[in-house]
Design a protein around this ligand. Structure first.
Ligand SMILES: [Zn+2]
Length: 288
């Protein structure tokens, strides 16, 4: 797969890159946070942030995901001026206001989503990705609204929709019902996409949980997962305590879900772009 330069998106959006490897001094080496092996940063980049030793798919920020998925510099971002409001004046160990400020500083985006239209191997698509670094990629009013506006854009321009979710946070509870209503809103919008005869490819990455999985992420015409991604509604600890029983091995892993028919395929990150392009050819026909 061709590598794409970071610079295009960075200058366009002011986004910050993402990495989970740990620096070991200022040299070219770093440690994989999963297996602890020392790797070369340049190899890690070239391998799309997948560890060459343990094959762990490290979490990617939204901009990096767009960069490795779309054709170079083709993303035209939309709705990136929408900003969440702390309507409930939510207080906690850390207030919602502080969480928002910290997440914005970390990612460079106003909320947990990057969306727009772009090209994938020459085909125009509507593209969205949640950023796991922004309050665990959770869906509040802004993410829900961005998904719906993206779906409307797909319908208007007759484009296929491709959304990557990495939303371990599910629905963002700091927004209470304003967040929960996004589940119905995004699901209803996907029905309109379906009525328009346009496909939705949902890609679930580490991790896709709660209200995000229980609404749009599970409604893909094709549901893809990255290897070993955790996908589900409630986390295993809570389920275990509630039903007071042991859970099967691999519960909520992409592999477990594939075996039980909840997702359609598991695709390695280095094959993802080719597989989506292939699916789009089948679902939409050749590029005209
Ligand atoms: Zn590793």
């Amino acid at each position: 797969m061709a590598m794409f330069e970071w610079q295009g998106l960075k200058s366009k959006l002011g986004l910050r890159p993402q990495t989970e490897i740990r620096d070991i001094g200022s040299g070219p080496g770093a440690k994989c946070a999963k297996c602890g092996e020392v790797l070369m940063k340049i190899d890690f980049e070239a391998n799309l942030h997948v560890c060459p030793f343990c094959d762990h798919h490290h979490v990617l920020g939204a901009a990096d995901r767009a960069r490795i998925t779309l054709d170079y510099d083709s993303l035209v971002p939309r709705d990136n001026d929408l900003a969440a409001k702390d309507v409930l004046d939510f207080q906690g160990v850390e207030s919602y206001k502080v969480k928002l400020e910290n997440s914005r500083a970390k990612t460079g985006t106003l909320d947990a989503m990057l969306s727009g239209t772009g090209k994938l191997k020459g085909r125009d698509i509507a593209f969205g990705v949640t950023d796991a670094r922004f309050i665990a990629g959770s869906m509040g009013a802004v993410v829900g609204e961005m998904i719906v506006r993206l779906i409307d854009a797909a319908i208007e321009r007759k484009l296929a929709l491709v959304v990557f979710s990495g939303s371990g946070g599910g629905a963002r509870m700091y927004e209470g019902l304003f967040s929960l209503m996004q589940m119905a809103k995004t699901s209803a919008a996907l029905t309109r996409l379906d009525d328009a005869g346009l496909p939705f490819i949902s890609v679930c990455t580490q991790s896709t949980m709660g209200g995000v999985w229980a609404s749009w992420a599970a409604l893909g015409d094709v549901i893809i997962a990255e290897p070993k991604a955790q996908i589900g509604f409630t986390g295993p600890r809570v389920i275990k305590t509630t039903i007071n029983a042991e859970l099967p091995d691999g519960f909520q892993s992409a592999e477990f879900l594939l075996e039980h028919g909840q997702i359609d395929m598991i695709v390695h990150r280095t094959d993802m772009r080719d597989r989506i392009a292939d699916l789009l050819d089948k679902l939409m026909g050749p590029i005209t």
